[in-house]
Design a protein around this ligand. Structure first.
Ligand code: BGC
Length: 347
């Protein structure tokens, strides 16, 4: 079932709608601002909201954290905010420090009002047109995102079609805390990532091109461990990333595959993430400054985590990293699923 309510208006007077999709296991709210996941409530046995969010449009419009948002055209960083495609160099909006492009630029998909394309029994589809040279990216790009609920699974499907070769690398930027969004204890959640390699980054979080074998290092999540366990290690990459803020390489080969699981020993919520993308960014919220969240919550740095499915960061500037570009008139499709079970037994 889907219900639609007016969530509020942007400072420019545009209406923003909230779509609440329910199954017997979950209740998920999506906003037309930023195609944003505003809440994910795992209903049983005791309802718990496992994502951070706000309860007004202004907070979403002015936020720097991308809470729950769909990021695009390109998620994560593009070094020096430029890339070359078909012999032309494109200069992008600089919005990460004084040099780089992050999550699509100053007004990326995360900060736009999306159109309602279709509402079904258990899904909604939102769309937008990203115009040629918006934030510096070439070609007109039509984007659709479908959010659907099937029992305990929330699927996010991305569709894109452009009239010229361009970049399209969307993600969802939800911050999870499976203990409950307002508890500050998300780093006690256990995490397991199905990956042996991380794209090494420099201090500006730009990949060096080297893939680091994580086995036996503080980056290793090949079996469940608390996010907090090694987060204060003096390992050089943990220091560069201020905790975890890096891309784990996946071997999904374009097929929807399990890439990560997270578990709360407090609520018993077990989240499973499936994707067809080649990478997933684990970001543990170092830059998320203290702020007011929804329902009177306060959010503090280093207390939640994101698992952002994507192509490797800065792939547009690295010929060894796949999937950076899409071709004119060739439909793009990608899918990520976040599943939420409640269980006492994760082994
Ligand atoms: C990036 C962080 C960045 C954050 C912005 C994450 O995807 O990896 O470095 O600060 O988004 O909220």
């Amino acid at each position: 079932m889907v219900t639609k309510t007016l969530f509020g208006k942007t400072v420019n007077g545009k209406s923003v709608y909230k779509y609440t999709i329910s199954s017997s296991e979950l209740e998920v709210s999506i906003l037309s601002f930023g195609a944003t996941i505003q809440s994910i409530i795992v209903k049983n046995p005791t309802p718990v909201d496992v994502v951070l969010g706000y309860d007004d449009v202004l907070s979403y419009q002015t936020q720097d954290g991308y809470l729950g948002a769909t990021c695009g055209r390109n998620s994560n960083r593009i070094e020096n905010a430029k890339f070359t495609l078909n012999g032309i160099t494109y200069n992008l909006a600089v919005n990460d420090g004084k040099k780089h492009n992050l999550h699509g630029g100053n007004v990326g998909f995360s900060h736009r009002v999306w159109l309602e394309e279709e509402v079904g029994e258990n899904f909604i589809i939102l769309s937008l047109l990203s115009k040629h040279l918006e934030e510096g990216f070439p070609a007109n790009l039509n984007v659709k995102v479908k959010f659907s609920l099937d029992g305990e699974n929330l699927s996010i499907e991305y569709f894109g079609l452009s009239d010229g070769d361009t970049v399209f690398n969307p993600t969802n930027h939800s911050y999870f805390n499976l203990d409950g969004h307002d508890t500050h204890t998300g780093h006690s959640n256990l995490l397991n990532i199905y990956s042996n390699y991380l794209t090494e980054t420099n201090e500006e979080l730009i990949p060096t091109g080297v893939l680091v074998n994580v086995n036996g290092t503080p980056l290793d999540f090949t079996s469940f461990k608390a996010i907090s366990k090694d987060i204060n290690s003096s390992y050089y990459l943990i220091e560069n990333m201020h905790g975890y803020d890096g891309n784990y390489c996946l071997s999904s080969d374009g097929k929807l595959s399990l890439c990560a699981r997270a578990y709360s020993q407090k609520t018993g919520v077990l989240m499973s993430v499936y994707t067809d993308r080649p990478g997933v960014q684990l970001y543990t919220g170092y830059f998320l400054t203290e702020r007011k969240g929804k329902n009177g919550a306060t959010y503090v740095p280093n207390s939640s985590f994101c698992l952002e499915t994507q192509v490797y960061p800065n792939a547009v500037n690295n010929p060894n990293f796949e999937g950076a570009f899409i071709k004119a008139n060739e439909p793009f499709y990608s899918k990520t699923v976040y599943g939420f079970a409640v269980t006492k037994d994760i082994l």
